[in-house]
Ligand binder design. Structure first.
Ligand SMILES: NC(=O)c1ccc[n+]([C@@H]2O[C@H](COP(=O)([O-])OP(=O)(O)OC[C@H]3O[C@@H](n4cnc5c(N)ncnc54)[C@H](O)[C@@H]3O)[C@@H](O)[C@H]2O)c1
Ligand SMILES: O=c1ccn([C@@H]2O[C@H](COP(=O)(O)OP(=O)(O)O[C@H]3O[C@H](CO)[C@@H](O)[C@H](O)[C@H]3O)[C@@H](O)[C@H]2O)c(=O)[nH]1
Length: 471
């Protein structure tokens, strides 16, 4: 069976994955017309904005959109038309953890994937290759196929591929330009392999073919969950060791360096922190836990659950250290929190550890001033309201201030807490910060980005994650 030559692509979902991924596909494949669609009109308007005020912040993204938008890249809410015109459809909708019903708190909510699939079935007038880009539980491709076959016009073919995305936020464009690997899962039938080849041909426009891996559908779906679980597991492992370092006087950076020099371990993803955040790690591990339990593998489920438990412990441990150090009470004290995004170089706050820390500080009745270089004020209020559902926003606003600079956030504070590893925090005028703070002035570095010796010379008392200071 000859592979279809893809001429038109539709991407359903214009979020953190669909937007950057398909913008790069358009940039790298000028002969393919790419239309990214979404139900959310505001999001699409932002993608189309004349001043490139895009709905997500990602270094290098504006340049990609500037080059391709209007040429062969389009953003639209006309979902039906984009589906009808496309040969290949990426489904890049959200798959959050279920909040209620069976599997609540663990299983992925597949409602958005199912609606998108049903829309394809309802409006398609020709055969399609449908690609799961969203992170999904295993065998979702089978459900999609059943829905498509049961609801579409007679005579149409739908080949389902799994093509999980491995980009990390903050480096999405670099990751998409130069991926470690592109993974494509398909049925091992002639039709499945032919659909797979069609997608390979799209990526081959810029990805060396040796980095395009092809596997079976179910292995591909599981590999995405496995990759995130193993990355998060490294962070929980190093964070567990950071607690030992703090209690003994060892330094977690030195331990990570020593361990990471073993090429079998490798030196990446071993940075101790106040805890991992982001929309993926926790969600995907919980999804794996749910899968393991459904398969009656309780020991496997418990193993992976511990990665999340350790992450919760790390956040709690850090906020407790702040309270303990500030003479066991932070009531009415001013705490400046630098960073609200879940990592540097993104405005995304989903599952950000900063939110948990601030919630803990507020429940101790501290006053908190927040500064983040990218996160919108409205997002901060939204996240804090979600984190404290029983506290009215007016009350939260009495305890929380949002500052425009790190220096103004620190003014009159007892402590500065670094929650996100923004590079610019390294070059703050720390002497000026010290002069504006109440004394003794404390710094809690939850990201190991500051020069603690230099800060101590200024006069700060410094606590760095993973560094024992008592010995
Ligand atoms: N964020 C990441 O870094 C990342 C990386 C790899 C994989 N993933 C996975 O990719 C998927 C998407 O994640 P995201 O961060 O881009 O989510 P997102 O919430 O930013 O974007 C999803 C978009 O899909 C839209 N949508 C939902 N249902 C729709 C429908 N039926 N029709 C049209 N539009 C619809 C939403 O309005 C939203 O704009 C998830 O499964 C996630 O796990 C995310
Ligand atoms: O050594 C490290 C590395 C990361 N982090 C934290 O871990 C979280 C996740 O970081 P990262 O993985 O860089 O960002 P994500 O955008 O969440 O990307 C992850 O999740 C995506 C969504 O599935 C995958 O596509 C990516 O491959 C995977 O890295 C952030 O809070 C980081 O600060 C650490 O604490 N220590």
């Amino acid at each position: 069976m000859a592979p279809v030559t893809v001429k038109k692509i539709c991407c359903i979902g214009a979020g953190y994955v669909g937007g950057p991924t398909c913008a790069v596909v358009a940039l790298k494949c000028p002969n393919i017309r790419v239309t990214i669609v979404d139900l959310n009109q505001t999001r699409i308007d932002a993608w189309n904005s004349a001043d490139y005020a895009l709905p997500i912040y990602e270094p290098g993204l504006v340049e990609v959109v500037k080059e391709a938008r209007g040429r062969n890249l389009f953003f639209s809410t006309d979902i039906d038309r984009a589906i009808q015109e496309a040969d290949l459809i990426f489904v890049s909708v959200n798959t959050p953890t279920k909040k209620s019903g069976v599997g609540a708190g663990y299983a992925a909510d597949l409602n958005y994937v199912e609606s998108a699939t049903r829309r394809i079935a309802a409006v398609a007038k020709s055969s399609k290759i449908v690609v799961e880009k969203s992170t999904v539980p295993m065998r979702t491709a089978e459900s999609m196929r059943t829905i498509l076959e049961a609801n579409s016009k007679p005579g149409l073919r739908f080949d389902i591929l799994s093509n999980p995305e491995f980009l990390a936020e903050g480096t999405a464009i670099a990751d998409l330009f130069n991926p470690d690997r592109v993974l494509i899962g398909s049925l091992q039938t002639p039709e499945g392999k032919s659909a797979c080849q069609s997608l390979i041909n799209v990526y081959a426009n810029w990805v060396p073919t040796g980095r395009i891996l092809t596997v079976g559908l179910w292995s591909s779906e599981l590999s995405k969950l496995a990759a995130n679980a193993m990355l998060a597991q490294r962070i929980s492992s190093i964070n567990a060791l950071s607690a030992i370092c703090e209690a003994t006087g060892a330094n977690i950076e030195e331990v990570a360096y020593a361990v990471g020099q073993d090429t079998r371990v490798g030196n990446k993803f071993l940075r101790a922190s106040v805890g991992f955040g982001g929309s993926c790690f926790q969600k995907d591990i919980l999804n794996l836990v749910y899968l393991s339990e459904s398969l009656h593998l309780p020991e496997v489920a418990a193993y992976w659950r511990q990665v999340v438990t350790m992450n919760e412990y790390q956040k709690r441990r850090f906020s407790k250290r702040v309270v303990d150090t500030l003479f066991n009470t932070i009531t009415n004290k001013n705490i400046a929190v630098l960073g609200f995004a879940f990592k540097a170089d993104t405005g995304d706050t989903r599952e950000s550890p900063a939110i948990t820390l601030i919630r803990d500080f507020l429940s101790e009745r501290a006053r908190v001033t927040i500064f983040d270089p990218q996160v919108e004020e409205s997002q901060i209020w939204f996240d804090l309201s979600e984190a404290l559902p029983d506290v009215p926003l007016e009350q939260i606003k009495k305890q929380v201030t949002i500052a425009k600079t790190a220096l103004s956030a620190a003014q009159n504070s007892e402590a500065v807490v670094v929650a996100t590893e923004w590079k610019e925090f390294r070059t703050i005028d720390w002497r000026a910060v010290y002069d504006t703070m109440n004394k003794p002035a404390f710094i809690f570095d939850g990201r190991m980005i500051l020069d603690d010796d230099a800060l101590r010379q200024i006069g700060f008392t410094v606590m760095t994650i993973g560094r024992g200071d008592k010995f």
